[in-house]
Design a protein around this ligand. Structure first.
Ligand code: G6P
Ligand code: MG
Length: 228
């Protein structure tokens, strides 16, 4: 069914824009982040679990490094050394995402973002990742978003709402009319702190503060959105 502005009228809550986190919502880059951080930890002589890796979702590059160093009880690194470690990890990571293709877009993501646009909603990306421009280009998704706010343009990481508030501002939509789609607890908190509605992507057991949770954007429809 083709839904467009003419046939779909948003009734509830006056939703005007959807802001999407990138990693884990539009594309599954978590696996590449995990591989690169794991390689770095292994080089330093320790390992961490996939479960621990969950805690890195939505967390900025340097904050992720701090967590990992903590897990390995590494306490002797200078700021310059930390920067070098983060750069080394990012070099491996960018090598991997350089091979990505549009086939790696998560199921339903492109379709749902397009449906939002067809219904007259504005769309934006709100991500902590400094690699956002590269990923969107590789996935050929740039034309789907009216605004892109990422780790290059914000100074305070999630759960601070800066990234989403900046997105709302660029879209010229008041925060209360924005819905944020997030897979990370810190991201849901950021959206709530910004006064926005939230859809969690993942498990309701983990994303307990989201207004609603779906397993992926393939489970999302404009009808569900309208009932938020
Ligand atoms: C996203 C991911 C995190 C990652 C962060 C920074 O929030 O979920 O795992 O650490 O972006 O990514 P970057 O590409 O800038 O290292
Ligand atoms: Mg995410």
């Amino acid at each position: 069914m083709i839904i467009n502005k003419a046939t779909y009228n948003f009734t509830a809550m006056n939703i005007k824009a959807c802001i999407f986190d990138l990693d884990g919502v539009i594309v599954d880059t978590a696996v590449y982040h995990y591989k690169a951080w794991k390689r770095l930890a292994n080089e330093m002589g320790f390992d961490f679990t996939e479960h621990q890796n969950e805690q890195l979702k939505g967390v900025s590059r340097m904050a992720s490094l701090e967590l990992i160093l903590g897990w390995g009880n590494v306490t002797n690194k200078t700021e310059a050394e930390k920067l070098e470690l983060a750069t080394r990890k990012n070099d491996w990571y960018t090598e991997m995402i350089g091979q990505m293709t549009p086939a790696e877009i998560l199921p339903g993501a492109r379709e749902f973002v397009q449906a939002c646009r067809d219904a007259g909603l504005k769309t934006a990306i709100g991500s902590a990742s400094k690699n956002t421009p590269t990923i969107l280009a590789k996935l050929e998704l740039l034309p789907l978003f009216d605004a892109v706010v990422d780790g290059n343009s914000v100074s305070t990481p999630k759960p601070d709402p800066e990234v989403f508030l900046k997105g709302a501002e660029e879209l010229n939509v008041e925060p209360s009319a924005c819905v944020v789609f997030e897979d990370a607890i810190a991201g849901i908190e950021a959206a709530i702190n910004g006064g926005m509605k939230t859809v969690g992507i993942g498990s309701p057991d983990m994303l307990t503060r989201a207004d609603m949770v779906v397993s992926g954007l393939d489970k999302m429809t404009l009808d569900i959105l309208d009932k938020l």
